[in-house]
Design a protein around this ligand. Structure first.
Ligand code: NAD
Length: 293
């Protein structure tokens, strides 16, 4: 199977390297050629446009920042859709929305090709170590055909077929929405408890032993509170993008999402306060600033 990869950033570079190491022939493209240099030195081929990547591949994978980049790469004379041959696949592993794929679905089908969404969780370390969790929106046949290449990037036990086209995007956005909502809710609860004079360690153990327990409380909260690791992990700019996409999806589907919209605003406030380089934990810092450290 010949694989094409477009978007060699924090996630894509590691994913593409693991595909090549698994023995697949690899053709790559990125707006910035320098991001491909290491892969080219290891034997990958360069293609000047997304259409050329598609023409050289049985499966083209994209890992791009946001829906508008996915649309840019897909459409136009040099777009990847124009290069897809019958029977080939385009697998979008970006965190995006079903509406972008819907726009090109007919054009892809018209070329006799397949389009599949397969966004990921696991950060750049997961991309580097091939331990990503992958949420695949596809038919059973498409999923089976893609498993060998998906296994080269992800944890085999966490490559999930979550439903038909679009379901992968939706599941990924809902996971991030719940995670960010938990983070904000937990920060608010801890701030109120601290102001009420409760020791934070005692409050946390009480919460851990209660039905209100969460992964955030179990795993992350103390490193944030004790060491101020606000900038670990996911960048707040990406968190704001994902929250915006989740709120837009709810709006498109006519689902009232007041709480999600509020969480998005709190994230935007933290981004404005601490900058784009701040991390996903920064809303905790907002509350600490309010109650005084
Ligand atoms: P990134 O910004 O580091 O990389 C994106 C790459 O796409 C860049 O190299 C950029 O040059 C390239 N690109 C942009 N437009 C292009 C175009 N028109 N043609 C060719 N290349 C183009 O982003 P990332 O952190 O690697 O994230 C990629 C996707 O994965 C995003 O949708 C993100 O939400 C998702 N994601 C990221 C993480 C993370 O921890 N970084 C975790 C899970 C999911």
């Amino acid at each position: 199977m010949r694989i094409g990869f477009i978007g060699l950033g924090s996630m894509g570079a590691g994913m593409a390297r693991n595909i090549a190491r698994a023995g697949f022939a690899l053709t790559v493209n990125d707006l910035r050629r320098e991001s491909a240099e290491a892969l080219l030195a290891e034997g990958a081929a360069w293609a000047a446009t997304p259409a050329e990547v598609a023409a050289a591949s049985d499966v083209v994978i994209t890992s791009l920042p946001a829906p508008r980049h996915v649309e840019q790469v897909a459409l136009g004379a040099d777009g990847l859709v124009a290069g897809l041959a019958p029977g080939c696949y385009w697998v979008d592993m970006s965190t995006s929305v079903p509406s972008v794929a819907d726009k090109v679905r007919d054009a892809v089908a018209g070329r006799g090709a397949h389009i599949v969404d397969a966004p990921v969780s696991g950060m750049s370390a997961g991309a580097r170590d091939a331990t990503l969790q992958i949420f695949v929106g596809a038919t059973a046949e498409q999923f089976a055909a893609l498993l060998p290449v998906l296994r080269s990037m992800g944890d085999p036990d966490r490559i999930l077929h979550v439903g038909p086209a679009g379901a992968g995007y939706a599941v990924k956005l809902m996971i991030n929405l719940l995670w960010f909502s938990q983070l904000v809710a937990t920060a608010e609860v801890l701030a109120i408890g601290a102001r009420a004079g409760v020791d934070l360690g005692v409050l946390r153990s009480s919460l851990l032993a209660s039905p209100a327990n969460s992964t955030f409380l179990e795993r992350d909260v103390m490193s944030v509170l004790e060491h101020g690791d606000y900038d670990e992990g996911f960048a707040i700019a990406l968190a704001c993008k994902d929250l915006g996409l989740a709120v837009d999806l709810a709006r498109d589907l006519n689902v009232p999402a007041e709480l999600s919209a509020l969480v998005e605003q709190i994230y935007r406030r933290a981004r404005a306060a601490y900058g784009d380089a701040a991390g996903e934990m920064s809303p905790v810092r907002l509350y600490e600033d309010i109650i005084g450290g």
